[in-house]
Design a protein around this ligand. Structure first.
Ligand code: HEC
Ligand code: HEC
Ligand code: HEC
Ligand code: HEC
Ligand code: HEC
Length: 344
């Protein structure tokens, strides 16, 4: 009997030690989350750099979401919902948001100094270039530079919320040695590394060659097709749970009147504000890099013999985080990325 009790005590002690160690690691990771992923310090601001880097500034300001990362309505909205939750606010607070979205004081989102480092005080700007910006350039070219902010795993659930870097690591692009910067910063409007980090907000055209619909076939009542993600580096829609890719199919009769419609969405869905930490992955229907996904729909018998044409459209919807997957609640809808009309 004594031996058994002894065994139990040893077992319980080990269990408690394990729980302690785990909670310490989680705690450490939680604290880590609040640390800015960039050099902190006073910012001169992007306008200052614009004095000599006007083209880069314009690209950054007009095309890139980086320039709005701390000032967009959706950022404020989610930040406030996050800090309204007592536990989340106590453990993390808004620091966890500014850690990636950019300095709160500067309030310019991810600006020049977030990525390049702050301007050194008491020396000329060209000396800052020689001592910091030029040598720092090497770090900026590294393959994991963007991952600081674009890859994120919840310390508690272990679910991955932002996965662009790990997707890239396993991709064809990585095998070919093409980094994030290689694709996203290839010079476009000027001779300099492109700083627009385009998004469909500003430029829907950027996706035109990257998604494709093929093998469209009607064998009543079965309507089938395949949708292809040609981005060789990562999934579409890329990470973020608020961006949804939608395929809409309208079936038209001889008079061009819509008689039936199908909507299919592709996204990563999370339980964002539930529990201790916003983290639970619920569903993932993203189109993975290089994937060709076959789809098949059963049409209702009521439209048999009436279908003349089908119009297929791909576009993005952006929804508030609490309505993930519900495109009726979208607060922003992109122009079509791809439109195809087929006679059936
Ligand atoms: C007074 C003008 C001026 C201002 C202000 C200025 N720059 Fe520059 N910057 C230059 C010039 C000129 C070069 C090219 C330097 C060279 O090649 O020697 C340059 C080059 C650079 C480079 C490339 C360095 C390399 O060779 O790899 C970076 C990065 C850079 N600047 C960042 C910034 C940032 C960030 C700011 C704002 C905080 C800024 N610059 C403000 C004039 C300026
Ligand atoms: C300091 C953190 C940080 C770094 C470093 C960073 N990003 Fe971002 N990036 C963000 C944040 C935050 C957003 C979301 C901004 C928003 O929509 O409010 C974003 C948005 C983007 C977007 C637009 C996404 C969309 O859904 O519209 C692209 C593209 C992008 N980043 C590419 C890159 C690339 C490529 C690199 C590396 C060269 C990089 N980023 C480095 C924080 C960062
Ligand atoms: C690990 C870095 C990181 C942390 C921490 C982080 N974000 Fe983000 N956030 C990003 C990146 C990167 C994107 C762009 C996602 C994409 O499109 O790939 C983004 C996108 C967003 C978006 C959607 C873009 C938009 O403007 O509609 C919102 C809203 C947002 N973040 C708010 C927050 C808030 C609020 C917090 C704090 C609770 C937070 N984020 C914490 C990196 C981060
Ligand atoms: C999201 C991070 C990020 C932001 C924000 C950012 N840069 Fe850069 N910048 C980079 C990276 C990465 C490179 C180097 C790319 C490479 O060489 O592969 C770079 C390169 C440069 C260069 C050298 C360009 C060339 O082709 O020689 C200049 C100059 C520069 N940045 C200025 C700026 C200015 C000015 C701003 C603000 C308007 C800014 N950057 C904002 C990441 C950033
Ligand atoms: C092989 C080229 C390639 C590489 C490498 C690549 N991407 Fe992309 N990425 C794209 C294409 C193409 C799109 C679609 C739109 C575009 O051109 O920006 C996209 C879209 C995105 C978007 C969403 C933009 C939006 O608003 O819809 C983000 C964020 C992003 N990439 C970040 C990254 C990060 C971070 C890396 C590195 C880990 C990376 N990408 C590597 C080609 C690439």
């Amino acid at each position: 009997v004594q031996k058994n009790i002894f065994k139990k005590i040893v077992f319980l002690t080990l269990l408690m030690m394990l729980a302690f160690v785990t909670s310490c690691t989680i705690y450490k990771e939680m604290q880590e989350m609040k640390k800015p992923r960039y050099e902190v310090g006073e910012h001169k601001g992007a306008k200052f750099c614009a004095n000599c880097h006007q083209e880069i500034y314009d690209e950054w300001l007009h095309n890139s979401r980086h320039a709005r990362a701390t000032t967009s309505e959706s950022f404020y909205d989610f930040r406030d919902k996050f800090t309204d939750k007592f536990i989340l606010n106590t453990i993390f607070g808004e620091k966890a948001c500014y850690a990636c979205h950019g300095s709160k004081e500067a309030n310019e989102g991810v600006n020049c100094e977030t990525c390049h480092g702050t301007v050194m005080p008491n020396v000329s700007i060209m000396e800052t270039h020689d001592k910091k910006f030029k040598p720092g350039r090497e770090r900026l070219k590294e393959q994991d530079f963007c991952a600081k902010c674009h890859e994120f795993k919840s310390p508690i659930s272990g679910d991955s919320i932002l996965t662009l870097y790990s997707e890239w690591q396993n991709s064809q692009a990585a095998a070919d040695g093409i980094t994030c910067q290689g694709c996203h910063m290839e010079p476009r409007l000027s001779n300099f590394r492109y700083h627009g980090f385009d998004t469909p907000y500003r430029n829907v055209g950027i996706y035109r060659d990257d998604l494709n619909i093929k093998d469209i076939n009607l064998d009543f009542p079965q309507f089938s097709l395949a949708i292809e993600n040609r981005v060789t580096a990562h999934a579409v829609p890329p990470s973020g749970p608020t961006r949804i890719l939608a395929l809409e199919i309208s079936f038209l009769d001889l008079d061009g009147v819509e008689i039936y419609k199908i909507t299919k969405t592709f996204a990563k869905k999370f339980e964002l504000l539930l529990g201790i930490f916003p983290n639970k992955l619920i569903k993932n229907t993203q189109l993975q890099s290089g994937e060709i996904r076959p789809l098949s729909f059963t049409l209702p018998s009521s439209i048999k013999g009436k279908i003349n044409k089908a119009v297929l459209t791909l576009r993005f919807y952006e929804v508030p985080h609490e309505y993930q997957d519900d495109i009726k609640k979208a607060h922003w809808i992109s122009a079509p990325i791809l439109e195809k009309e087929v006679s059936l």
